[in-house]
Structures are given as C-alpha cells and as structure tokens.
Design a protein around this ligand. Structure first.
Ligand SMILES: Cc1cc2nc3c(=O)[nH]c(=O)nc-3n(C[C@H](O)[C@H](O)[C@H](O)COP(=O)(O)OP(=O)(O)OC[C@H]3O[C@@H](n4cnc5c(N)ncnc54)[C@H](O)[C@@H]3O)c2cc1C
Length: 404
C-alpha cells in the first residue's frame, strides 16, 4: 500500500514526526487502536539509508506481539543458522530465526501496514510548538498540523528537538564504526555457509565481529569496529576491502570461501547519546530520537520496539483518557521500568562490546578468554547432549551477547 498524502492544515489526535522504523510502527499500533494519527516524514518512500539490516532475537518476538511479523517475513530473507568463527575455528552455531533485509525495505514494508485511518504527509517539518493542551507541527510549504500529543521519532538529528529546548548528552562520542557492503563468491557458485559471524582475533585490530548474511538477492556484510574514523586501516578497508579483511582476519577465506566486494563500502560513525530535558508538555521522544544504540550491540530495534510497545499500549491510553497533556503525564513514559531497563541494557551492552573487543588489561583479557571458552565448551556439550547444553545455557544468560 502506498502511504496516502493529504494536504496539511488538519487537526488530529496524535501527530508523529518521523516515519522511519519507530515512527511508522508507532503510527500503525496507535492507528489500529483507533486513534486519529497523522504521520509526517520527509520521504514519501523511504530511501536507502545504512541502518539495521538483520532482525533477530527478542526483536522477532516483539514484532510478533505488535502484529507485524508476517509483513517482515514476507519482505525479508529468513535464515536459521549462523556459523560463528574465531581464530579460524568454529566457536559455535547460532540456531535461531534471523531475517536479512535492507533498512529501506524494512521501513517501506512496515509503512505498507499503516491502517487506512492513519494520514501520511510527505514533507519536511520546520517548526514545532508544544504545550499542555495543543501541539503544532509546521510543514514546509504545507501549513500546520495540530494535535493533542506530539511523538518525535526523528532519529539522530537534533534540530527539531533543539527547537523545543531538548538537548542530548553524549554517553560515548565516536563509540564505534560500522561498515556495510555486498559480496559475491569467487571460484564457487555459493559461499560455504549462508550466514557466518567472524569474530576479531587481536585486540589491536579493534574488530568486534563481521557478519555475512543473505539480504534481498545478495550476500551482505556488516562489520563492527572500535577504531577511530581517521585510522589508516579504515581508509584501507574502504579502498581495498577484500585485501584488508583477508590481511586482518587470515582464516576468513578458508572458512567462508573467497569473495569479491561488488560495490561501495558504506560506513557509519556512531555516537551514543541520550536526550536531555525531554520531560516537556505535549511531546514525547521514541527510538533514536531518545537514545542511540551501538550497532555492534544490536539493540537499536529492541529499544525502539520497547518504546513503541510501552508508549502505545500502556501510556497513551492513560494520557488520552483525561484532558491535557502536561509534562507530568509525559514523565511516566520516561520513568517506565520496562523502558528504563531496555535503555540501560542498550548502554551496558554498548560498553560491554567495546571493552570485550579492545580492553587489554588483565581483567578484560580474562573475561574475553572466559566468554569465548564458555561458548566453545557449550558448543562441545551441545554436540553430545543438546538437552544438557540447553539447561546449562539457561542457568545464566551468556554475558551480553547480541543476536549475531
Ligand atoms: C550503520 C548502522 C547499523 C545498525 N545496525 C543495527 C543492528 O544490527 N541491530 C539493531 O537493532 N540496530 C541497529 N542499528 C540501529 C537502528 O538502525 C536504529 O536504532 C533505528 O533505525 C532507529 O529508527 P528510528 O525510527 O528511531 O530513526 P530513523 O530510522 O532515523 O527515522 C527518523 C525519521 O525521521 C525523519 N525526519 C527527521 N527529521 C525530519 C523532519 N524535519 N521532517 C520530516 N521528517 C523528518 C527521517 O526522514 C526519518 O524517516 C544500526 C544503526 C546504524 C546507523
């Protein structure tokens, strides 16, 4: 379904600015609950952006609960096993459903689920006013939308937030670098494994892991690195990705097969930030607009789905049941224990992945050794007794492991 564009100058119950993943899913959930929702985004069709490309773990269960999993599975490539390699040897295998999908396909698939009752306006928002009763959204060249509640789902940009006096706190500037590129096999018709995670070998390499997985009609690579953006290695990777990877991860070709990078290497430098001063009359922030996530930790989508679920199913029904939208109502969302736990987990996992990859003091060397040994041993036990291995896994969740 193509989103409906209507002229602005309208009054609505809930205006959502930002039709990326979080804004689109929030609009769907609220629209399905019967609220009059207007969703505004710069793009009538979401364009190519380098963001999440693999959906897994709790994200799948959350999408199922929200009623959007069928749309995801119809639009993405499903796969059920990832072979995990370290130092050229199999560490273990992740046996669970994963979906590979480019971000634009993901957002556009979710937009196709917007109920008929949700108005979609394609336009650039260039002004916001928020108050205890009415909110006003100005759209460049298209007039204003007024609403009882304003949801800001504008991602990492902060111009609109600043307009409302909302700032951001840097938890970690230049936390990590993420690279994405497409490959094809050389000297064979297919790679040895449809999906593979190759962990970094040396602390000095700063590589957390490299994922290969199917997405659309290609094999996609996501590489998560803790290095400075101006590091000569980064330049070498952009210019000669195959040679640089083979040089840094010598066991790669043996375990995965030889490959050719078929187009441009995309990259993204992530700052971890949290919104500040956001308890305001009339406006609530979700997704990256509230807190960004380290891509290596794989928590961005879990976070935004938690925001959407808690906001749309717990808080909005309470807020809308009585007059006004003063900051005391909005504060309950940021104080929500489920949201707070997820946000804290995102920050913790970001720091954990970074330390596990690059910290070289005695404590982290021991922790790294324990982390990977535990996985290797569990894998060995699993080969003999899957039931016993599952029981051992259940004793304590693997320390902060993303669904790689
Ligand atoms: C390289 C990379 C890799 C990642 N990998 C993973 C991963 O493996 N796993 C994971 O869980 N997470 C990952 N993430 C995080 C995840 O992609 C994000 O958390 C998620 O995409 C955020 O969605 P959002 O809707 O909050 O923001 P966005 O998708 O950025 O949406 C913001 C929307 O706001 C709109 N907008 C902004 N300003 C205006 C305006 N003035 N007027 C109108 N519209 C406006 C934009 O057009 C856009 O559509 C990754 C992120 C990056 C950068």
């Amino acid at each position: 379904m193509i989103p409906r564009s209507l002229p602005a100058g309208i009054d609505t119950e809930i205006a959502i600015v930002g039709g990326g993943l979080s804004g689109t899913i929030a609009a769907t959930v609220l629209g399905r609950s019967g609220y009059r929702v207007t969703l505004i985004d710069r793009y009538p069709v979401f364009p190519h952006e380098f963001r999440v490309e693999k959906i897994a773990g709790d994200q799948i269960e959350k999408l199922r609960r929200i009623g959007l999993l069928d749309r995801l599975s119809a639009s993405a490539v499903a796969f059920d096993e990832i072979v995990n390699i370290r130092n050229g040897r199999i560490l273990d295998r992740t046996q669970a459903r994963h979906y590979g999908i480019f971000y634009e396909d993901l957002v556009n698939a979710m937009r196709a689920e917007l109920p008929e009752t949700v108005r979609f306006i394609a336009g650039r928002v260039n002004g916001l006013e928020a108050g205890a009763d009415r909110q006003r959204v100005s759209i460049l060249g298209q007039g204003d939308v007024t609403a009882r509640l304003l949801v800001l789902a504008t991602g990492m940009g902060d111009i609109l937030k600043r307009d409302l006096g909302i700032g951001r706190r840097f938890v970690h500037q230049r936390q990590s670098l993420t690279f994405g590129f497409n490959l094809r096999p050389v000297g064979a018709s297919a790679f040895r494994h449809p999906a593979l995670t190759y962990y970094g070998q040396r602390v000095t390499d700063g590589i957390d892991y490299l994922n290969f997985f199917p997405a659309a009609d290609v094999t996609r690579a996501n590489l998560f690195v803790f290095r400075e953006h101006n590091d000569p290695w980064v330049k070498a990777l952009r210019e000669h990705p195959r040679e640089t990877l083979i040089d840094t991860l010598p066991g790669l070709v043996k375990t995965f097969g030889d490959f050719e990078v078929i187009d441009k290497v995309e990259s993204w430098l992530t700052d971890i930030t949290v919104a500040q001063n956001c308890v305001r009359d009339g406006v609530v922030l979700i997704g990256d607009a509230y807190q960004t996530s380290c891509p290596a930790a794989g928590t961005g989508v879990s976070r935004l789905l938690t925001d959407v679920e808690q906001l749309c199913t717990v808080h909005v029904p309470q807020w809308m049941a009585s007059p006004g939208m003063a900051s005391a109502k909005i504060a309950t969302f940021y104080a929500d224990p489920v949201k707070q736990a997820m946000d804290a987990h995102g920050l913790h996992l970001a720091q954990f992945r970074r330390s596990l990859t690059i910290q070289n003091d005695l404590r982290w060397r021991a922790r790294r050794q324990l982390h990977f040994s535990r996985r290797r041993i569990l894998h060995g036990i699993n080969a003999i007794s899957p039931t016993f291995a599952a029981r051992l896994r259940g004793l304590k969740r693997p320390a902060a492991e993303p669904a790689t």
